[in-house]
Design a protein around this ligand. Structure first.
Ligand code: PBG
Length: 324
């Protein structure tokens, strides 16, 4: 049987018909909204490299988070810009650090909103690397202990989910152990499991002031050419105790998302990163594309590829559109 018995256009005849047969539905429940906490008080300043994103001090962070919560977004992800950086990134695990303080403020105002924290040293180290440098190299095993301290301090401040993004080997295991040993057995780990050494992080590194002072991240983040290796990374993080796993970036890695969805059963997240976000904004600002339509198409493509959860700077905008 073929044409004219089969006419694919029959199921596209009306908006209602299309709605009924639609395979992928975006929901506000899918989103995690990233926020940048910066040392200071009374601060809310636009981030030059990222449209509609702000540096916000801990005392004003509850307002930002409440806005996301009011839109129905289930979770925010916190990045910290400390007052001082040093070689080890010691403000990363300070009890009164910027992220720790922001967590407490958010939890006071919106206790039901999930707080996810980025666990990585690059915003805290004077070198801008995600680990400690010894003999000119990022030292894996020395870094693990610091990451565990950082994750634990986030849990102590009230984080619901810690998200290691450093790509050191074995970090999920040491973080899981630190949480278990200190009574935080219900704090979940969202592992940036397959994180690629991507040029699409550019606007974020300006925003987070976390560009490496020398070299690059290719000895710890993954080679963009490798898909099988990404599946090994994900399998290892699940084995080490990750509750949720992530592929990052999203758009150039939709094939990895699909393969990960087919192979693993735990919740799968995708990070629609800063460069992806700003490519769309730049094209829209130039009058070349329709911002909202392209945004929804991109987010839908990430979900269709297999992501259950999407970390995106578009979360609030998309939530508003989904509502209307
Ligand atoms: C920290 C971190 C980065 C991003 C998230 N966590 C930057 C990097 O690895 O250099 C990128 C996020 C984005 O580009 O939106 N390691």
């Amino acid at each position: 049987m073929g044409f004219p018995d089969i006419r694919m256009r029959r199921l596209r005849t009306s908006a209602t018909m299309r709605r009924m047969v639609r395979e992928t539905a975006l929901s506000v429940d899918d989103f995690i909204y990233p926020l940048f906490v910066r040392a200071g008080t009374g601060l809310k300043k636009p981030i030059p490299s990222m449209t509609d994103c702000f540096h916000v001090s801990p005392d004003r962070m509850a307002d930002e988070a409440a806005e996301a919560a009011d839109l129905g977004i289930p979770a925010v992800l916190l990045f910290g810009l400390p007052a001082h950086k040093d070689e080890k990134g010691s403000e990363a695990w300070a009890e009164n650090g910027v992220v720790q303080e922001a967590i407490r403020q958010i939890k006071k105002r919106t206790p039901d909103l999930l707080v996810v924290t980025d666990v990585c040293l690059c915003e805290y180290t004077s070198t801008g690397h995600c680990g400690v440098i010894e003999n000119g190299k990022v030292e894996n095993d020395v870094t693990l202990e610091l990451l565990a301290k950082m994750a634990l301090s986030h849990a102590q401040a009230g984080a619901d989910i810690v998200a290691p993004s450093d790509m050191m080997d074995g970090r999920v295991r040491v973080i899981r152990q630190a949480l278990e040993c200190n009574g935080f057995d219900n704090v979940a780990i969202l592992a940036y499991a397959a994180k690629f050494a991507s040029a699409f992080y550019g606007p974020f590194r300006d925003a987070a002031e976390s560009a490496p002072a020398f070299g690059d991240r290719k000895s710890y983040q993954m080679d963009p050419a490798n898909a099988r290796e990404a599946l090994r990374e994900i399998a290892l993080d699940i084995e080490e105790g990750a509750d949720l796993v992530m592929v990052k970036p999203a758009l150039s890695y939709l094939d990895i998302l699909r393969r990960a969805r087919d192979r693993f059963d735990c919740p799968l997240a995708a990070y629609n990163v800063s460069g992806e976000y700003m490519m769309l904004n730049a094209a829209a600002d130039a009058g070349l594309i329709d911002r909202d339509a392209c945004m929804m198409e991109i987010l839908t493509s990430i979900k269709r590829a297999g992501a259950d959860i999407i970390l995106t700077y578009f979360a609030k905008k998309a939530a508003r559109l989904l509502r209307s």
